[in-house]
Design a protein around this ligand. Structure first.
Ligand code: MN
Length: 231
C-alpha cells in the first residue's frame, strides 16, 4: 500500500513489564466525574456522565522514570492540569454490561487532561464545542500502562498531583461518581469500543494553572507515576 501523502504514525504507550507497546486508537474523556470537582466548576455533581474526545496524536507518551515535556500551548493564558486515571481498553465491544466491563480492560495509566480553561469557558458560555479548550496538540501526557494482570482491577486508591512539589490535587479513585465499569457501559452504548481506546475518567478537585517551567508529578496508587514539565 502506498499513500498520496505520508501516512500518520501509530501513537503508542509503553507497557510496564513488556517490550511491546499499547497502540492508541481513540481517547475518550469523561467530564465532571468527581463530586468536589463538579462543584468547583459550578455544578451540582449529580448528572449522567458526558463525554468528549481528544485526537490520538494529542497523547504524549511518558516512559517510566522519565520526565515528559509539553509545550505551553498557543492562544491560552490559563493552562490547567487535570490528573486522571486512564483506562486502556483491550477488548472492544458495544452495549457492554457493567458486570462484564472489567473483562474489556487491558490496564491503567496516570494521565493529564491538559485544558485551555479560558478557551473552554468561552466555548461553554457560547454553547460551542470544547475542542479548542480540550483537544489541542500535546494535551494528553500519559505515563506507562500497568496491565490489569499485574495490578488487579483498580476501584480505589489515592490519586494525587503536585506542581513543583506543592500539593494541588488529592483524592481517591473510589470517589468517581461513575465508576470505571459504569463509564465503559455508558460509552459503549454510544460508540463501539475498540482495542487501543483510552478513557480518561475525570479529574478530582484542585485544578489550577501551570506556567512555563513548572513540573507536574502525578501518582495513582498501584500505577507508575507521571512526570511532565511545561516548556
Ligand atoms: Mn478532565
Amino acid at each position: 500500500m502506498t499513500y498520496v501523502v505520508p501516512a500518520p504514525e501509530t501513537v503508542s504507550l509503553p507497557v510496564i513489564g513488556s517490550a511491546d507497546r499499547f497502540p492508541v486508537h481513540r481517547v475518550y474523556c469523561v467530564g465532571r466525574n468527581y463530586e468536589a470537582h463538579a462543584k468547583e466548576m459550578g455544578f451540582t455533581g449529580r448528572e449522567p456522565p458526558f463525554f468528549f474526545l481528544k485526537p490520538a496524536d494529542a497523547v504524549v507518551a511518558v516512559p517510566a522514570g522519565s520526565i515528559g515535556e509539553i509545550d505551553y500551548p498557543p492562544l491560552t493564558k490559563d493552562l490547567h492540569h487535570e490528573i486522571e486515571l486512564v483506562v486502556a481498553i483491550g477488548r472492544g465491544g458495544r452495549n457492554i454490561a457493567v458486570a462484564d466491563a472489567a473483562r474489556h480492560i487491558y490496564g491503567y495509566a496516570v494521565g493529564l487532561d491538559m485544558t485551555r480553561r479560558d478557551l473552554q469557558s468561552e466555548m461553554k458560555k457560547q454553547g460551542r464545542p470544547w475542542c479548542i479548550g480540550k483537544a489541542f496538540d500535546q494535551s494528553a501526557p500519559i505515563g506507562p500502562i500497568t496491565p490489569m494482570a499485574r495490578c488487579g482491577e483498580l476501584t480505589a486508591g489515592a490519586i494525587t498531583l503536585t506542581v513543583n512539589d506543592a500539593p494541588r490535587q488529592a483524592s481517591d479513585v473510589s470517589k468517581l461518581i461513575w465508576s470505571v465499569n459504569e463509564v465503559i457501559a455508558h460509552l459503549s452504548a454510544a460508540w463501539d469500543l475498540a482495542p487501543g481506546d483510552l478513557i480518561m475518567t475525570g479529574t478530582p478537585e484542585g485544578v489550577a494553572a501551570v506556567a512555563r517551567g513548572d513540573r507536574m508529578h502525578g501518582e495513582i496508587a498501584g500505577l507508575g507515576a507521571l512526570d511532565v514539565r511545561v516548556r
